[in-house]
Design a protein around this ligand. Structure first.
Ligand SMILES: *Cc1c(COP(=O)(O)O)cnc(C)c1O
Length: 365
């Protein structure tokens, strides 16, 4: 089976985790601090605060940006559920805006019509590993005095004009879940240049307690701490991230060259000025193709080619969000592409021969 995702853990991770295990200090400690320092440096920001998931990172960032009950946060319906759930966790309302057909990210041109007096922030997602429309959304946020919280859970190391994902708003949020471009099993990170946001995230991950004054609780907080065990993995994975991403990009180029020109298959586009890190390599299977998307998916599975649909249903069509008043037809592009997208194996364990086999199998149809 050619896997759609596969964590690549080497002797380096195992050795460093073993050191932590034998040290007797396994909860949040010096190794988390070292990982934070490395990650901040990698992103080119002043502060990185480790937490125990990407979801926790989003929750912390929204809290630290002052998002609270009654506020509205603009986001995309074509994303993983955690993006919008984090908004609900703060008692705020997710206001969905449809995506564009180029990178499947939130469409800057459709945001302004959705803004109200209660809108406090925009939460764009770097879907599949390509950064959102930084200039378009940045301009709106600046003019309307809105925060931007970037969901960079799929875009570790992606770039726009030479700057890395996560740094384009007030705060950026990463996940180190097992399937992501780098992993700690479960884990997350908030990055920011704003000292107040950094302090606020630190308090929120630890029951509202400041690191400066122990056992003084300033506000509600959670237990969102990362362990030194996870951080030890993270430090080694971060060293390998650039190499991992380069293989993803090479695999993506080979897939796109191989699949170009097949009627009914649209390969992903990389925007000018952006470097895409292909967390997912996602094609669109349109009506023009010989068989339906779901038939292609089964056909590939039957031939040992892992594949997956991210995401089969936009968020606004799940009962959880329909209860907020959303309905079928609200976001036609998200609804259309959710029926067409199919992600193919692109991760660093996928070889040149694997790519050739995937291309030949699809061409064969
Ligand atoms: C993975 C992911 C998350 C959540 O990360 P977890 O670590 O699983 O909590 C949030 N948003 C997006 C876009 C993701 O892909």
């Amino acid at each position: 089976m050619i896997n759609i995702s596969k964590p690549l853990i080497g002797g380096e991770e195992i050795d460093e985790v073993e050191k932590v295990l034998s040290s007797g200090k396994i909860a949040q400690g010096p190794v988390v601090a070292e990982f934070e320092k490395d990650f901040a440096e990698f992103c080119g920001v002043k502060y990185a605060i480790a937490v125990n998931s990407g979801t926790a990172a989003l929750h912390c960032a929204l809290y630290a940006c002052g998002i609270k009950k009654g506020d509205e946060v603009v986001t995309t319906p074509f994303t993983f559920v955690a993006t919008a759930n984090a908004i609900l966790m703060q008692g705020a309302r997710p206001v969905f805006v449809d995506v564009n057909e180029i990178d499947f990210n939130i469409d800057a041109d459709k945001i302004e019509e959705k803004l109200t007096g209660d809108t406090k922030a925009i939460l764009p997602v770097d879907l599949y590993g390509q950064i959102y429309n930084v200039d378009g959304i940045g301009e709106i946020a600046h003019r309307k005095n809105l925060r931007i919280v970037e969901d960079a859970c799929q875009s570790h190391g992606a770039e726009y004009k030479g700057k890395r994902a996560g740094i384009f708003g007030s705060a950026g949020c990463f996940s180190f879940y097992a399937t992501k471009n780098m992993t700690t099993g479960e884990g997350g990170m908030v990055v920011t240049d704003d000292e107040n946001i950094a302090d606020s995230v630190k308090r929120f991950r630890h029951h509202g307690q400041s690191e400066k004054t122990h056992y003084e609780y300033y506000d509600l907080g959670f237990n969102y701490r990362m362990t030194d065990i996870e951080a030890a993995m993270g430090i080694e994975q971060l060293k390998k991230l650039k190499g991992f991403n380069e293989i993803r990009q090479k695999n993506a180029r080979a897939l796109s060259e191989g699949l170009a020109g097949i009627k009914g298959i649209k390969v992903p586009s990389v925007k000018d000025g952006f470097s895409h890190v292909f967390h997912q390599y996602t094609i669109r299977v349109t009506d023009q193709f010989k068989i339906k998307r779901d038939e292609l998916s089964q056909y590939l599975t039957g031939r040992g080619i892992g594949n997956a649909v991210f995401y089969p249903k936009p968020l606004h069509l799940h009962p959880h969000f329909m209860r907020l008043g959303y309905k079928d037809g609200d976001f036609p592009i998200s609804e259309k592409i959710s029926k067409e997208v199919l992600s193919l194996p692109v991760n660093p364990s996928v070889s040149e021969q694997d790519i050739k086999y995937i291309v030949d199998t699809i061409k064969g149809i």
